[in-house]
Design a protein around this ligand. Structure first.
Ligand code: SAM
Length: 241
C-alpha cells in the first residue's frame, strides 16, 4: 500500500495555492524531520491534525447527529484505505452502540479509472489493499462494519437486488468519476430514507466535473446545503421529498 510521505507532501505543496495550506504543509515537513514516534502523534493528534481535516470530520459528526434517530444504515461509497468509513464506524460504536446500525463500505480497491469526462490526474490514484483494511477492522474490533468489494458500475444493482431490504440514512459519495456517479447515485438515492442525508465530496468542484449535473438530475427539488466552516465534503442533501 502507498503511504503519504515527504515526497508526496512536496508534490502536493507545489499544487497548493492557499497560504494556510502552505504553512501547514511546511509544518508537516518539519514534523517529518523530527521522527516523532507514531504513538505520540496519535495520542497528541490535535497538535498535528490540520484544520481542514478536522473540519471535514466535524462535518461528518454534525451530519451524523442529524440522522441519529432514523432507522437506516450508513454507506461509504468509495472507501480507499478506510479513513471515512472507519470514522463512521467509530461514531456508530460511540453514539449508537446498541442500535444495530451497520456501516457499509463500497469499493473495488483498484483505484480510479479515468473516463472521457473525468480529470486526468486521478487515473490510477486511490488503489488500496482490501486485505489490510479487513485486518485493521478486525484488530479494531469494528464488527459493525461490512466491506462490499464490488465494481460500483457493474455490480451495484445486483447487490441491491440481492439485498432488497437494505436502507440507508447516511450516504457519503466519495468517488468522483462519471461512470460511478451515473450508476451509483440514483441507486443510493432510491435507498436513502426520508430525512436521511447524502453527502457529496465534490459537488460544485472541478475535481469531479460530472458530479454537479448527475446530482442535480437525481435529487429533484431537494436543497443542496453546505456548512459554512468547511468545503470538503462540499455539499449535502437532506432528502425531504
Ligand atoms: C477518493 S477515494 C475514497 C476516499 C475515502 N472515502 C476517504 O475519505 O478516505 C475513491 C475510491 O473509489 C474507488 N472506486 C473508483 N472506481 C470504482 C468502481 N468502479 N467500483 C468501486 N470502487 C471504485 C477507488 O478504488 C477509491 O478507493
Amino acid at each position: 500500500m502507498k503511504f503519504d510521505n515527504i515526497k508526496t507532501l512536496n508534490q502536493r505543496l507545489k499544487k497548493n495555492k492557499s497560504k494556510d495550506d502552505k504553512d501547514y504543509f511546511n509544518f508537516l515537513k518539519y514534523i517529518e524531520k523530527q521522527k516523532i514516534p507514531t504513538t505520540e502523534i496519535i495520542f497528541q493528534f490535535p497538535i498535528y491534525l490540520g484544520e481542514k481535516n478536522l473540519a471535514r470530520h466535524i462535518q461528518f459528526y454534525e451530519l451524523f447527529k442529524k440522522v441519529q434517530n432514523l432507522s437506516g444504515h450508513i454507506a461509504d461509497v468509495g472507501t480507499w484505505k478506510g479513513s471515512s468509513m472507519i470514522f463512521m464506524s467509530k461514531l456508530v460504536k460511540i453514539l449508537e452502540n446498541n442500535s444495530g446500525t451497520k456501516v457499509y463500505g463500497f469499493d473495488w480497491f483498484k483505484g480510479h479509472v479515468q473516463g472521457k469526462n473525468d480529470k486526468k490526474e486521478h487515473q490510477g490514484k486511490y488503489k488500496s489493499s482490501y486485505a489490510e483494511l479487513k485486518k485493521n477492522l478486525k484488530m479494531l474490533k469494528l464488527n459493525n462494519t461490512k466491506i462490499i468489494k464490488i465494481d460500483l458500475v457493474k455490480n451495484l444493482r445486483s447487490f441491491f437486488n440481492k439485498n432488497k431490504w437494505l436502507r440507508f440514512k447516511y450516504v457519503f459519495i466519495d468517488c468522483g468519476t462519471e461512470k460511478v456517479l451515473e450508476n451509483a447515485v440514483p441507486l443510493f438515492w432510491s435507498k436513502l430514507l426520508k430525512n436521511g442525508v447524502m453527502i457529496l465530496d465534490h459537488y460544485n468542484n472541478p475535481t469531479s466535473p460530472s458530479e454537479s449535473y448527475i446530482i442535480d438530475s437525481v435529487i429533484g427539488s431537494n436543497s443542496i446545503e453546505k456548512f459554512h466552516f468547511s468545503d470538503h465534503p462540499s455539499a449535502f442533501i437532506i432528502k425531504k421529498k
